[in-house]
Design a protein around this ligand. Sequence first.
Ligand code: 5GP
Ligand code: ZN
Length: 114
Amino acid sequence: MSDDCIFCSIVDGEIPARTVHETDDVLAFLDANPLAPGHTLVIPKAHAARVGDLDADLASAVFDTVAAITPEIEAAVDADGANVGLNDGEAAGQEVPHVHIHAVPRFDGDGGAP
Ligand code: 5GP
Ligand code: ZN
C-alpha cells in the first residue's frame, strides 16, 4: 500500500471499480475512461511504481492474469483482437504510478492502434 495511490485505494476497496478478475496477488478491473468497450487494467495488488520494481514471481503472476483474461474480455465484447501493453514512466505516458497493463479490445476496421 502506498498513500495517495489511486490503484492501491482500489485494491483496498476505498475507491470502487468494476472487478474483472482477482487472485491473491493480482487485480483486473475496468478502466474508468475506456478507450474501447471492455478496456481492462491488470495490476499487482502490492504497490510497485514501475515495471522494473516487480519481482519475477509477481511479474509472472500479472502476465498470467493478462493471458488468461484477454481472450475472455475479447469474447465478452465480441472483439477481434486486443492491444496489450503498459506505459512505464511519466515520459511514456504513465499517469498512475502503480504498474498496470492495459488490455484494450480492438475491432476489425476500428482504425488502428491507439
Ligand atoms: P496510464 O496512462 O497511467 O497508462 O493509464 C492510467 C489509466 O488508469 C487510464 O486509462 C485511466 O482511465 C485509468 N484510471 C485512472 N484513474 C482511475 C480510477 O480511479 N479508476 C479506474 N477504474 N481507472 C482509472
Ligand atoms: Zn499503488
